[in-house]
Design a protein around this ligand. Structure first.
Ligand code: KIV
Length: 289
């Protein structure tokens, strides 16, 4: 059996346990049987090696979301996120995990141009990160691309409803599916990407009743974010659920208050440095007597 080792002389990483068998796209797809998912799929975003190590054991799916543009890089949307950013963070998350399936978001402009562009960039992401799947936004309009990719060895997660890369077309980040036409379109989009071969579909920011209809109508697992408790699984942006930001969107539940904990810890450190109370003899090197 191979062991997963990290050079702790050059890294702050805690060595990970011996790897188990990683979740695969077919295994995740198979969690939904005859329209029902017994055990909901647990998914969170991860962008770094250390966070991946902490989340991995609890999750079926780690998503290297292009939300890293806002969360890590302070960008105002996901539009400027590049393929190189996604590859660097995707590879880090794969290195920090051994159990969950790692999927990497395809950034805006990297897959919509043509089938060939999509295959070239998705295959590059898989080769250079070691991830097991990619996620791309869009419904019916992306069905042909998803079909092309899945027939060429690339497992795809669909993403419908509120699709943040289309913010300039949608006009904002408000919940979708408020009108009958919009609701019909979201259900049609989810069916189209699943029929095209997506092994699961993220449904983001939609009216609860629409998410329920999508979950019922589509044979592959539906992973909700701002959707419904009856989806086949849930995903959140990890930094949101850990309370690292002041603003908590309505669909997020805070499971920790890390912003305050960090502020408190750093405040104590600053006070001790200024008062010469840190470092003490415990943290300094002296000749052995
Ligand atoms: O980019 C992202 O993090 C996502 C999830 C919120 C689903 O797409």
């Amino acid at each position: 059996m191979s062991t997963f080792t990290i050079d702790t002389a050059t890294s702050r990483a805690t060595p990970s346990p011996v790897p188990g068998k990683r979740m695969t796209a077919p295994a995740l797809r198979a969690r939904k049987v005859d329209g029902k998912t017994e055990e909901p799929i647990v998914a969170l975003t991860a962008y770094t090696m250390r966070m991946a190590q902490l989340l991995d054991v609890h999750c079926d799916l780690l998503l290297v979301g292009d939300s890293l543009g806002q969360v890590i890089y302070g960008l105002s949307s996901t539009i400027p996120v590049t393929l190189d950013m996604m590859i660097a963070h995707g590879a880090a998350v794969v290195r920090g995990s051994w159990h969950a399936l790692v999927a990497v978001d395809m950034p805006f402009g990297s897959y919509e141009g043509s089938l060939e562009q999509a295959f070239a960039n998705c295959s590059r992401v898989m080769k250079e990160t070691g991830c097991a799947a990619v996620k791309l936004e869009g419904g019916e309009a992306m069905a042909e691309t998803i079909d092309f990719l899945t027939h060429r060895g690339i497992p795809v997660i669909g993403h419908v409803g509120l699709t943040p890369q289309a913010v300039n077309v949608l006009g904002g980040y408000g919940a979708r599916g408020k009108s009958a036409d919009e609701a019909k379109k979201i259900i049609g989009d989810a069916k189209a990407v699943s029929d095209a071969g997506a092994f699961c579909v993220v449904v983001e920011g939609v009216m609860e009743a629409i998410a329920d209809q999508v979950t019922e109508a589509v044979g592959v697992p539906i992973i909700g974010i701002g959707a419904s408790p009856r989806c086949d699984g849930q995903v959140l942006v990890t930094e949101d659920m850990l309370g690292l930001f002041e603003r908590t969107p309505r669909f997020v539940k805070r499971y920790a208050d890390l912003a305050n904990e960090i502020g408190e810890a750093v405040g104590r450190y600053a006070e001790e440095v200024r008062g010469r109370a840190f470092p003490t003899e415990e943290q300094t090197y002296r000749p052995k007597s």
